[in-house]
Design a protein around this ligand. Structure first.
Ligand SMILES: [Zn+2]
Length: 178
């Protein structure tokens, strides 16, 4: 009767799994997760009442071992921890006198899409706006820009949940695959 709670990973908010309400409340009380969406219902005990969650997110990002890690832009940025693969800039740095925030970081295609480069973990990496702009429609070699690390397929994935079981509040957190 309590229903179920969608658990999101920390930082990326990728869906991890579906858990029971008591387990979700335990994570919230233990300060390991934050409430993202509430159901509007309350769990009442003699001394207190607790809002029943519908969606919660872990406070920390965890690596989930899986065979098939689905590619996504948010996943690339999380994998690279918002660090530019070309110049190493990070949010909080001010390389050209301008303070960088997470919004200044984009996903760069090492072989550009216009040249047949694909949306894959090994062909994409986080790049700051300036480097992405400078590289433009060229490969890293053509642009003379060196990769600071080799982009790898992470051991993490976005699970796909059968939507027929989930409430509406879950929909925006779940990437529905045809
Ligand atoms: Zn850069």
């Amino acid at each position: 009767m309590y229903g179920q709670v969608l658990l999101l990973n920390g930082n990326t908010w990728e869906p991890l799994c579906v858990i029971s309400v008591p387990r979700a409340i335990n994570l919230l009380i233990a300060n390991k997760a934050v409430m993202v969406e509430a159901t509007g219902r309350f769990l009442r005990s003699v001394r207190s009442e607790f809002p029943v969650p519908s969606v919660i997110a872990l406070k920390q990002y965890i690596n989930v071992p899986r065979r098939h890690a689905a590619w996504s832009r948010r996943g690339v940025l999380a994998r690279d921890d918002y660090t530019c693969i070309y110049c190493g800039a990070r949010p909080g740095d001010a390389p050209r006198g301008k303070l960088l925030s997470k919004q200044d970081f984009t996903v760069d295609h090492i072989v550009p899409r216009s040249r047949g480069g694909k949306d894959t973990w090994t062909n994409t990496a986080c790049a700051c706006y300036a480097c992405n702009h400078r590289k433009g429609d060229r490969t890293d070699r053509e642009a003379g820009m060196r990769l600071r690390w080799e982009p790898k397929t992470p051991r993490t994935s976005y699970i796909v949940i059968t939507m027929s079981h989930g409430p509406d509040t879950w929909k925006k957190y779940i990437e529905i695959k045809p």
